[in-house]
Design a protein around this ligand. Structure first.
Ligand code: FPP
Length: 245
């Protein structure tokens, strides 16, 4: 399904699409003398609160970075625990997400994910496919460079098969091959935990996004903090490279 031009237009004041790098779960747990997975579980509970806050804040699209292509380098215990948490989250939250009008999508490369998890992801996407109140996109085994590489491979295949004329390729072409092809670009990218990096998240899509790097660790990120950042965004002067008349 393609989005309309209207869907791609950021809201007048607030951000229509917010993307979040949910960082700091590990430190949050360590500070409490608990294993890192304890922090991830607390982080998952925050996801629910932030998704539920979206409609009132005028946020139609929320994209969250749950697991990167680089996160496989963590210990086997942490990776397995996270994968179990994702399976549990999907099974436990499916009903509530459906009831609250949330449409869920996943971006990232599914090839490395286990079959059981992929089946749950497919089911949740299908189950919520008629919802339109909030569009929640969960980036799972996602990396911006990996996404561009996979998109380029598909684009090259279309050229090789004669479906695409290389002379017609412009900056509108590649986004059609990205995992995010049906989504508008993010207006605001938030990263918690004090790190000022984008860590390979939505590289192409965030070309004109505003950024907020805040010190709060993800498990402490409340809907009030979220609302403050949305309000602050409304005061920004976004010119998209142009000069104000
Ligand atoms: C980064 O914190 C967080 C992650 C790699 C995992 C994000 C996962 C969640 C918030 C849990 C649930 C998500 C869903 C969609 C159910 P970190 O571990 O790198 O923290 P640190 O920098 O303090 O070590």
């Amino acid at each position: 399904m393609a989005t309309t031009d209207q869907d791609k237009t950021p809201g007048n004041n607030g951000p229509r699409h917010v993307a979040i790098i949910m960082d700091g779960n590990g430190r949050w747990a360590t500070m409490r003398g608990r294993p890192r997975l304890f922090g991830h579980h607390a982080g998952a509970r925050r996801v629910r609160e932030i998704v539920e806050a979206c409609p009132d804040l005028g946020v139609k699209y929320l994209t969250i970075f749950a697991f990167s292509t680089e996160n496989w380098k963590r210990t086997q215990v942490e990776v397995a625990g996270l994968m179990m948490l994702f399976r549990r989250y999907i099974s436990k939250e499916a009903k509530a997400l459906l009831a609250k009008g949330v449409r869920v999508r996943f971006i990232g490369d599914r090839v490395r994910l286990d079959d059981k998890l992929v089946a749950l992801m497919d089911e949740l996407e299908l189950l919520t496919s008629h919802n339109d109140k909030v569009h929640l996109t969960i980036a799972l085994n996602y990396g911006g460079r990996d996404e561009v590489a996979r998109a380029t491979k598909r684009l090259a295949q279309d050229v090789a098969d004669g479906r695409l004329d290389p002379a017609s390729v412009d900056e509108e072409t590649l986004p059609k091959y990205l995992d995010t092809c049906v989504l508008p670009d993010p207006d605001l990218v938030i990263r918690t935990s004090g790190e000022a990096r984008i860590s390979n998240f939505l590289l192409w899509q965030s070309a004109y996004a505003e950024y907020e790097f805040i010190d709060t660790l993800w498990p402490d990120f409340t809907s009030e903090i979220f609302a403050d950042l949305i309000e602050k965004f409304g005061a920004r002067d976004r010119r998209f490279g142009a000069v104000k008349a």
